[in-house]
Ligand binder design. Sequence first.
Ligand code: MG
Length: 304
Amino acid sequence: MSHDPLYEIHDPRFKSLIVSSARLEELYSGCRWAEGPVWFDDANQLLWSDIPNQRILRWTPDGGVSVFRAHSNFSNGHTRDRQGRLVSCEHGLRRVTRTEIDGSITVLADSFEGRRLNSPNDVIVRSDGTVWFTDPTYGILSDYEGYRAEPEQPTRNVYRLDPTTGNLTAVVTDFLQPNGLAFSPDETVLYVADSGASHDDGAPRHIRAFDVKNGRILENPRVFALINSGIPDGFRLDLEGNLWSSAGDGVHCFAPDGTLIGKILVPQTVANLTFGGPRRNRLFIAATNSLYSIYVTATGAQMP
Ligand code: MG
């Protein structure tokens, strides 16, 4: 174990993924609950959610921080589709939206089998354009991150949406609280966090893996990794298939075989992260009040 207060090295493999002299930079500190970072390489900007403050913030290397969207409907996770458009989860209106190039907003999904979604939390887009998102109840548990309501769905599902047909399918229905999700670099494996332990200590705090068959069916579910501090919320993978997860004490890095190989310790609870910068070698970390960043030698697997 290293004695650097920033890095915990559990396995030599982690050393080759970090820049030992790189330090954590606090880019902003005025959030109530930071989430959903997404990098726009073409605009050289990072967008992220400040959920309780109902806003999407924008950070640029030169211009600092500004409000990208006020009245964000308690937006949470974001991603970009294959055309570069912003795709967002909104707790407030319990929907997944796409922001068009002209700024107008298209609703991609807000109900399943005739009942409202719970509160979409995090979203990714596959290379075939399908939109995959999680639907836990966090955004309707209180009026802090959405509007308190009774769930209409009997389960908290992971969904696959085909935006060309509008066809919405529940691909997994047995999560307590599905949360962050991401594909392996070759998209043959889908990883999904279960953060059920947020409200029940005995509940799951792990990331599950599924084999993706024909781009639409999930098979062979297994627990990929347990989070030993706090809960897993959002995460991303690098080009080599290492998984970088949010956790209570920072960012945990897991090798493709599920071994915890190291941590970046962050002073606040981490909710989500993404790779950004022109070389996708800079981690942007949404952690409670703050947005942090740190350079690594790993490269983000795909945009966003
Ligand atoms: Mg989340």
